[in-house]
Design a protein around this ligand. Structure first.
Ligand code: CA
Ligand code: CA
Ligand code: CA
Length: 170
């Protein structure tokens, strides 16, 4: 059964992926997300973290296209997203985590502004916001990830949380 509430959430996830808002998801949306993260954290595109982020964005796009781009036109339409991506990702969040991991790993390295190998709750929330997660949800997710309350978040927690957000209706 498909409820309108469920459809609303799907539409919100689609809009998150469609970063440039042109009505379909394609490679360009992933570059937009990478660029936005570098801008948010004041990093040049040519730095090592920037290169890793773009490589991760490309891998993320390839993975999503492999799952959802049924007609192979290098675009994921809303229909392809709903019929392909949503169901398959919901059935298999681990697969989604795998696809997204290189990008998220690079995003967290970009967000680690003091370079000590850990990201703070605030930095994690900024990453999620830049990727299109609504601000209040981003803060809630980030805070929940800091289970021991030391203000820091581990990558092993961020990737599954991200996968849950994008694949499971709350
Ligand atoms: Ca787009
Ligand atoms: Ca397509
Ligand atoms: Ca840090």
């Amino acid at each position: 059964m498909v409820s309108s509430e469920y459809e609303r959430r799907i539409a919100a996830r689609f809009a998150t992926f469609d970063q440039d808002g042109n009505g379909h998801i394609d490679r360009g949306d992933f570059s937009v997300a990478a660029r936005a993260l570098l801008t948010e954290f004041h990093r040049p595109a040519r730095c090592d973290q920037g290169q890793a982020l773009y490589a991760g964005a490309e891998a993320f796009w390839q993975g999503m296209a492999g799952i959802a781009d049924r007609d192979g036109d290098q675009r994921i339409t809303r229909e392809e997203f709903v019929t392909g991506a949503v169901k398959r990702l919901r059935d298999n969040p681990e697969r989604f985590a795998e696809i997204a991991r290189p990008f998220l790993h690079a995003a967290l390295a970009v967000a680690d502004t003091d370079g000590d190998g850990a990201v703070t709750v605030a930095e994690t929330a900024r990453v999620l916001r830049v990727l299109g997660v609504p601000a209040d949800t981003a803060s809630t997710i980030a805070a929940a990830l800091d289970a021991d309350g030391d203000g820091k978040v581990g990558e092993q927690d961020v990737v599954p949380a991200f996968a849950r957000y994008f694949t499971v209706p709350e």
